[in-house]
Design a protein around this ligand. Structure first.
Ligand code: PMP
Length: 356
């Protein structure tokens, strides 16, 4: 039976990316060696990093003066590296969920943190809109897609101070105006690669402005200077990332990724809104994520939740259980998710409705 992979992350990757990576695991570039058993300084590997950096810049239209880094540690380590490198006195954070909160927690160790707004009181089911970012903050941090709650900022915000964004779960799903940010980061395990590599886009002249000592490995300048090779980078995930970047380019770039994402999300949200058994959890429709589509059973059908899960699983749906802190269902529809899989889930919802 065909599996429809709605996992939230690590998650679906294009089949082509998996096949090309598998091939390199067996034999990298016809060298007779696996990509897993060569040095990151091997002459054949540098072009992999160079092309991945170049494609990041091309696909996201990154202006001059920015570096692209491939590091270890996950987005979670960036929560601490961000304030280490950029927070001198004060930073502003928009609290849109668990990940934003975790980022904010780390920043508090380095200076004053202003929570400009929060939707915690409503279990993060919307993105706050009316707030003021202090004009004297060193930066304003946002989480552009809230993987757990299914809310997303579909456009870059305006801010009186430079922005920093966690784009772990929506990178490469829409064009972004990189010039508004001094740093954009994320774990790769959604739209880019298997787990193990963290991408960081950093504005070079925003570095070196804090007065504290920054431990070598946590200093972005180290990795800018070392071209992501100060220490051994995650070779295999970087190779897979390159395959995904090539796939995005061959499929029309981020504008086309956005068109596809919206098309798939519109299909599924339309069914959630139409079907009497379900409802979406995000209260402001403008905030509905194209990447993580969250829904629950309406109260009168609540006791059928486990039945629907079983029904859908029997029909090949994988990973549609909502995050443990939210419950219900979450269908993650990242770039690699084909429209046919979204349709298969919709068919499931319609068949289930007919049975009840
Ligand atoms: N930020 C967001 C928006 C996420 O979705 C996640 C992981 N799901 C993280 C941060 C944490 O990423 P990592 O596991 O790579 O540390």
């Amino acid at each position: 039976m065909k599996k429809h992979n709605f996992n939230a992350g690590p998650s679906i990757l294009p089949r082509e990316v998996i096949e090309k990576t598998a091939q390199a695991v067996l034999d990298f570039n016809g060298s007779g060696l696996s990509i897993m058993e060569i040095s990151h300084r091997a002459k054949d590997f540098q072009p992999v990093v160079d092309e991945a950096v170049a494609l990041f810049k091309e696909l996201l239209n990154i202006p001059e003066g920015y570096s692209v880094l491939f590091l270890g540690g996950g987005a979670s380590l960036e929560f601490c590296m961000i304030p280490y490198n950029f927070l001198e006195k004060k930073a502003a954070y928009l609290n849109t969920g668990v990940w934003a909160k975790k980022a904010m927690k780390e920043a508090k160790a380095f200076g004053e943190v202003v929570e400009v707004a929060s939707s915690a009181e409503a279990t993060y089911t919307y993105i706050p809109k009316d707030y003021t970012v202090p004009a004297d903050a060193d930066y304003f941090h946002v989480t552009t897609n809230n993987t757990i709650y299914g809310t997303e900022l579909h456009e870059d915000l305006d801010s009186p101070v430079p922005m920093i964004a966690d784009m772990s779960s929506d990178i490469f799903s829409r064009p972004i105006d990189v010039s508004k940010y001094i740093c954009i980061y994320g774990g790769a395990q959604k739209n880019l690669a298997p787990a193990g590599v963290t991408f960081v886009i950093v504005k070079n002249d925003a570095l070196g402005k804090v007065s504290r000592y920054i431990p070598t490995m946590l200093n972005y300048q180290t990795h800018v200077d070392g071209g992501s090779m100060f220490n051994t980078p995650p070779v295999l995930p970087i190779y897979a990332a390159l395959q995904t970047l090539r796939w995005i380019k061959a499929n029309g770039g981020v504008a086309e990724m956005q068109r596809r994402a919206k098309e798939k999300a519109d299909m599924l949200y339309a069914e959630i809104d139409r079907n009497k058994m379900f409802r979406g959890t995000v209260t402001d429709k403008a905030d509905r994520s194209y990447m993580n589509i969250c829904f629950v059973m309406n109260d009168e059908y609540k006791e059928l939740e486990a039945d629907f899960m079983k029904f859908a699983t029997e029909r090949g749906m994988v990973g549609i259980k909502g995050h443990r802190s939210v419950g219900g269902f979450r269908a993650s529809c990242y770039n690699a998710m084909p429209k046919e899989s979204v349709q298969a889930l919709i068919d499931c919802m319609q068949e289930f409705e007919k049975l009840h």
